[in-house]
Design a protein around this ligand. Structure first.
Ligand SMILES: [Zn+2]
Length: 280
């Protein structure tokens, strides 16, 4: 346990980049060996757009990282947050800390992004992807990266997270997102077993269906139980899913980096099927 806290307290930037790139390469290879949806799109063009947005996400997080660092120093010196107020063994700190960070920084942030119109206009870029694979994980508008970063700062304050926990959380969060966005064909029995605890591709795919109410379900990133607990868990036959978002199905918009960057400022488009819910 001490090894984990010591390593993640001072994890070099190069190692954090290696986790991100290594995870992407690993799931990219796996999903090509055992794909769920087979073929049908230009993987290189698709990856190019998504890697551009992964790069902007990394840049935003890199330049704002010092805020996160000061937040961890501040909670520790002022004894703020759950982990600072209750003394727990390291294992419990790790588990409770990861759960709280995931709840606030991922599940809650994501849920709010779907409910607040101006935040949705940034988050919708993630949903415009009509071919979900592991490269979709970090397809976030730079504005959304800032929103998510601020939720991570909030999560640090509520959790009272030390820096090792923040870096461990961010590494796991990146890997799980790459995993649950991957086009990997996992046997259903294994997927069912994994999703008792973590969010699997089979579970997260539903969130990328092009219409409500399915796009308003399965918000989780690391742990699957938040969706079950808050009533947003939905399971459907993944073969029936259509990726994208009904308001932006024109690929001239959804496959243009320039347009995607301008999208949040181009006005709100009301979901086309808002009144007519479908049942898959
Ligand atoms: Zn979403």
């Amino acid at each position: 346990m001490e090894f984990i806290t010591a390593y993640f307290s001072s994890i070099p930037t190069a190692h954090r980049s290696a986790i991100l790139i290594g995870g992407l390469a690993f799931f990219f290879l796996l999903e090509n060996l055992a794909p769920f949806f087979k073929g049908g799109y230009n993987k290189w063009k698709h990856s190019g757009i998504n890697i551009f947005f992964t790069f902007t996400t990394v840049l935003v997080n890199f330049f704002m990282a010092f805020i996160l660092y000061y937040a961890t120093m501040w909670v520790s010196s002022h004894h703020i947050g759950v982990l600072q107020m209750i003394e727990l063994p390291i294992v419990a700190q790790l588990l409770i800390g990861l759960m709280l960070m995931d709840l606030i920084s991922a599940y809650t942030a994501h849920w709010i992004e779907h409910k607040v119109t101006w935040m949705w206009q940034f988050h919708v870029i993630h949903h415009t992807d009509q071919n979900i694979d592991t490269t979709s994980a970090n397809r976030h508008h730079p504005g959304e990266s800032v929103i998510r970063f601020l939720f991570t700062v909030l999560a640090v304050v509520v959790t009272g997270a030390p820096i090792w926990l923040v870096f461990l959380y961010q590494s796991l969060s990146a890997l799980l997102s790459q995993f649950n966005h991957s086009n990997l064909n996992i046997p259903i029995w294994l997927d069912n077993l994994l999703k008792l605890v973590i969010c699997t591709p089979h579970m997260h795919r539903v969130h990328h269906h092009y219409r409500q109410p399915y796009s308003d379900s399965n918000y989780g990133n690391i742990f699957s139980f938040w969706d079950r607990l808050f009533g947003t868990y939905v399971a459907v036959d993944n073969n029936k899913l259509v990726y994208g978002v009904d308001t932006y199905m024109n690929t001239e918009e959804s496959e243009s980096i320039g347009y995607l960057l301008k999208m949040p400022f181009a006005g709100y488009r009301k979901p086309l099927h808002y009144d007519k819910e479908e049942t898959l």
